[in-house]
Design a protein around this ligand. Structure first.
Ligand SMILES: [Zn+2]
Length: 246
């Protein structure tokens, strides 16, 4: 079965640059990182959809902010989050850890812990013919998450985990940062034709008011300098450089 033909993943833009992902199948929906509740409630009601579960990648308020209100509307849903974050992700009722698998919308979802941005950050992987990864704030197109709580080594290791997934994995991150990431990457590698090409494509999508995500792991391997770094030292140099870049 081709995941993307059978099922839908819809992005709702909220706040400055967040994207809330809604994964829909047969009128049931799983929402990933609801920063806000109302846009999700409005969309589901307008389309006669029923919420089944919330996946939380990490505890930041622009990822869990809408969960409490969604639970008021749909009290019996599953809220799936890291067992290490019971204090900071308070409404979880299915606590998971690295390597756990659970079934939702008839699909098996694997939990991959990707520490770095926060001390326990999860990614959710659907190992289908067309694999999908909900990656939160760990990897962005042409960028990666800021390291707030983990170490550079942990973030580097997390990116290696993502790199080991099938190259046709479609990656859904939680922020629309692609254009500014590409401009930074061109500053580091001014002659990189893949990055230049991608920037033109992204500018075209933005002009049409389209999202620039999701993105394919295979394509990202050509333009994402963090994924391309072949050792910790190289990765750390890039991360420090990006942290200072305005
Ligand atoms: Zn975050």
């Amino acid at each position: 079965m081709d995941f993307n033909k059978e099922q839908n993943i819809i992005g709702i833009r909220v706040l400055n640059d967040n994207v809330i992902w809604l994964w829909e199948k047969d009128k049931s929906v799983v929402v990933i990182d609801p920063a806000l509740s109302q846009p999700v409630i409005d969309y589901l009601k307008a389309n006669c959809l029923k919420l089944k579960a919330i996946l939380q990648t990490h505890h930041h308020s622009d990822h869990i902010g809408g969960t409490k209100e969604l639970l008021k509307e749909w009290p019996n849903i599953k809220v799936i989050a890291s067992v290490k974050e019971k204090d900071r992700i308070p409404f979880q009722n299915l606590s998971v850890k690295d390597g756990d698998k659970f079934k939702i919308l008839d699909e098996e979802v694997e939990v991959i812990e990707v520490i770095g941005h926060t001390k326990s950050h999860l990614a959710f992987y659907i190992n289908n013919v067309s694999p999908v990864l909900f990656v939160g704030d760990t990897l962005f197109s042409a960028g990666c998450g800021r390291i707030f709580e983990g170490t550079h080594q942990q973030m580097y290791n997390s990116l290696q985990k993502i790199k080991s997934l099938p190259k046709n994995t479609l990656i859904y991150c939680a922020h629309e940062y692609t254009k500014s990431n590409l401009i930074w990457a061109l500053n580091i590698e001014p002659e990189n034709h893949n990055i230049k090409k991608k920037l033109i494509e992204v500018e075209r999508k933005i002009a049409l008011n389209e999202l620039t995500i999701p993105f394919l792991l295979q394509e990202e391997m050509e333009i994402n300098l963090f994924l391309r770094a072949d050792n910790l030292k190289g990765f750390s140099y890039l991360r420090a450089n990006k942290d200072l870049w305005v």
